[in-house]
Design a protein around this ligand. Structure first.
Ligand code: HEC
Ligand code: HEC
Ligand code: HEC
Ligand code: HEC
Length: 121
């Protein structure tokens, strides 16, 4: 026979486990997504090879340098916001890339800025 008292203790322990579980679950931020190593963009002007992991690890301070709108949306995909045609409030995908990629290369004084040094393949 299980006594009432044992039952109460068992309930108590279960509740503690439940609360611990909830706290653990809530206190871990979701893991950062696996970042791509390199990507190849196909364009009309020729392919562009982008060394994503080298850029993220060595050339930028953090992900938000490029994924600038992560606070509003959890997407890492520029095209989810920057579509093929843009307007003055929201640049097109190609304009967004040219501004961001070239802009940083110009600011840092290193990295390609000529058309065919990016569109090299
Ligand atoms: C120098 C700029 C830059 C930095 C820094 C950067 N990324 Fe990216 N990342 C990009 C670009 C550009 C793409 C391609 C997005 C697209 O094709 O729309 C991309 C794509 C991604 C993708 C794939 C998205 C998809 O849907 O295909 C993930 C995931 C990602 N980045 C994660 C990260 C993480 C995590 C960090 C920080 C550790 C980071 N990135 C830092 C520029 C950058
Ligand atoms: C969740 C939506 C969203 C995502 C994803 C996003 N952007 Fe943007 N982006 C915006 C909005 C909105 C603006 C216009 C307002 C502003 O400047 O913040 C903008 C503006 C820009 C500008 C112009 C900034 C200026 O000062 O003129 C560039 C460049 C840019 N984005 C590049 C990128 C690149 C490259 C990516 C992917 C690595 C990206 N964006 C992902 C929403 C997004
Ligand atoms: C946060 C600043 C920053 C941004 C944003 C950035 N770059 Fe770079 N990029 C660099 C630096 C710094 C170098 C290194 C130059 C060197 O060491 O000679 C570089 C080098 C390169 C190179 C030469 C080969 C290599 O991988 O080192 C290519 C190609 C390139 N970038 C393409 C891009 C493209 C395409 C984008 C946009 C999707 C982009 N970059 C965005 C900083 C940036
Ligand atoms: C820093 C690297 C870089 C430089 C410099 C650069 N581009 Fe790009 N270009 C890109 C990237 C990245 C994309 C976007 C690829 C995508 O949308 O997937 C792109 C896209 C394009 C597109 C495709 C637009 C579309 O709608 O299909 C054209 C055309 C283009 N670039 C022409 C040029 C010309 C012309 C120059 C010189 C004036 C130039 N690019 C300089 C990286 C660069």
């Amino acid at each position: 026979m299980i006594s009432r008292r044992d039952l109460k203790i068992a309930m108590f322990i279960m509740i503690i486990f439940l609360i611990t579980g909830i706290i653990c679950y809530a206190s871990f931020t979701p893991p950062e997504p696996e970042k791509p190593v390199r990507m190849m963009f196909q364009t009309k002007a020729g392919k562009v090879l982008f060394t994503h992991s080298v850029h993220a690890d060595d050339y930028a301070d953090d992900c938000q340098n490029c994924h600038h709108d992560l606070d509003n949306d959890e997407t890492y995909n520029c095209s989810d916001c920057h579509e093929e045609t843009g307007d003055e409030d929201l640049p097109s995908r190609a304009d967004a890339f040219h501004t961001q990629c070239k802009g940083c290369h110009e600011d840092l004084g290193s990295g390609p800025v000529e058309c065919n040094s990016c569109h090299s393949l």
